[in-house]
Ligand binder design. Structure first.
Ligand code: ZN
Length: 267
């Protein structure tokens, strides 16, 4: 259920906001995030064209009806998300839940911009970089092409319990931890969202731990057998920061107003 208390508005730009043409924002993000270089499961860019330029941009992790309704209530002109409306393999008819989301956007004339893998990977604004910032990981950098798995070091050694409580303190969500060894954790790899499938690749980096958003049944056994402690820190929780950073960047670059809305999601 949608709760107003879960909204955390962050106004990146105060005062009189400028107006930004819909396609100017689209073209800028296309170049900034190098969208053309990614093969993705969804269209990256302007997924739905609204009826006016952008003065107030609301960002959030997922284009849920709760986020759309909240953006409309706040008087937004456009919404910027990491998880958009359309995914490969899903039904393409705009009926039921999908129809309600699109109808709400179109009735209110809002534009919807969605950036998935390009936003995970961006070297400054991306989810992986931003997660390193908030968790205080040092020497952070991409460990594989496209920047989908990153590696770095903790400022000081921790055991798995200490690292889990630090992640919980910062992300405000208790991670699920599979402690696979007794060594102190110094080096780690991470990939935001549902990237538990990269665990073998992370083990190949020779790090002490791997952190992502979600966990599957087999991830537990993989972590134990690979000797790599695993932390499932929340899909939503690990992917709040890229879209917020991109929205703040756009506000600064173009003088528009930006608010990040955190629609609570325990997964
Ligand atoms: Zn995701």
């Amino acid at each position: 259920m949608f709760r107003w208390a879960s909204l955390i508005p962050i106004v990146s730009s105060l005062g009189v906001a400028s107006m930004l043409e819909i396609n100017t924002l689209r073209d800028y993000c296309e170049g900034l995030l190098a969208c053309a270089e990614f093969e993705d499961y969804c269209p990256n860019g302007l997924q739905l064209e609204g009826d006016r330029p952008v003065r107030l941009l609301v960002s959030g992790v997922t284009a849920s009806l709760a986020l759309i309704d909240a953006a409309i209530t706040q008087g937004a002109d456009a919404i910027l998300v990491h998880h958009g409306l359309f995914w490969k393999g899903e039904p393409s008819c705009l009926v039921g839940m999908r129809g309600r989301r699109v109808r709400a956007l179109m009735r209110s004339g809002l534009s919807l911009y969605a950036y998935h893998l390009p936003l995970d990977a961006h070297p400054e604004l991306g989810n992986n970089r931003q997660l390193a910032h908030v968790l205080g990981i040092v020497d952070a950098g991409p460990a594989r092409t496209r920047g989908l798995v990153w590696r770095g070091r903790l400022r000081c050694h921790m055991d798995a319990v200490e690292l889990a409580s630090e992640v919980a303190r910062v992300l405000k969500r208790q991670p699920l931890c599979v402690a696979a060894h007794e060594r102190p954790i110094e080096s780690l790899a991470w990939s935001t969202g549902a990237a538990q499938g990269f665990i073998e690749e992370a083990a190949g980096l020779g790090v002490d731990a791997y952190l992502s958003g979600e966990i599957s049944e087999q991830t537990t056994h993989q972590a134990r057998e690979l000797g790599l402690s695993y932390f499932a820190a929340g899909h939503h929780a690990t992917e709040r920061y890229g879209v917020r950073a991109l929205g703040a960047h756009l506000a600064e670059r173009f003088g528009i107003e930006h608010r990040f809305l955190d629609i609570d999601n325990p997964v």
